[in-house]
Design a protein. Structure first.
Length: 177
């Protein structure tokens, strides 16, 4: 038996869920493994301490109070995520329209309909960027898998910028500016 399985079985034994054969196998392991025997002793002491403790009921308003705090926290997180996402989307929009190399040349040769299509494309891309950013922040703060998340988000940002470049400039390279 491995120590990890023994640890799981110790908890089951305290709850009275082990069969007699499993208990005997656990006892054999406890006799041969000093680390697990020490852990078993601490678990027994904690169990006895908890058995002797007085049971206390939670206050009646505990659940509504906790739920209200959780809702307020979720509301603050949503506002933060959407605010940061909107700011990032607006920043990318301004960057793409004003500072991107050749953007003014594109605007000078566009008809009104083409300009509307480009703005629509930029708006949709901005919305997509906001949604990706919100998802990115949520995963980063909730899961703790930062390195993998940052790697994937860098790839997604690169692909999105490449897509924008192709959409905005590919069809207008042949026109005279």
């Amino acid at each position: 038996m491995r120590c990890q399985q023994a640890s799981e079985w110790m908890s089951l034994q305290l709850d009275g869920l082990l069969t007699q054969a499993q208990w005997e196998e656990l006892e054999e392991h406890l006799q041969s493994c000093p680390h697990c025997a020490k852990e078993w002793g601490m678990m027994l002491a904690a169990d006895q301490l908890l058995q002797g403790a007085e049971r206390v009921s939670p206050p009646r308003d505990l659940v509504p109070l906790v739920m209200a705090r959780m809702e307020a926290r979720a509301r603050r997180q949503r506002l933060l995520f959407w605010g940061l996402g909107f700011a990032l989307g607006a920043l990318l929009f301004v960057w793409g329209v004003v500072f991107w190399d050749g953007a003014w040349r594109v605007w000078s040769v566009l008809s009104a309909w083409d300009a509307f299509r480009v703005l629509d494309c930029l708006f949709r891309t901005g919305v997509l960027v906001v949604q990706v950013f919100v998802l990115w922040l949520r995963v980063l703060f909730e899961s703790g898998g930062g390195l993998v998340l940052i790697s994937w988000s860098c790839l997604a940002a690169f692909l999105m910028i490449l897509w924008l470049y192709i959409v905005l400039f590919r069809g207008y390279r042949g026109r005279r500016v």
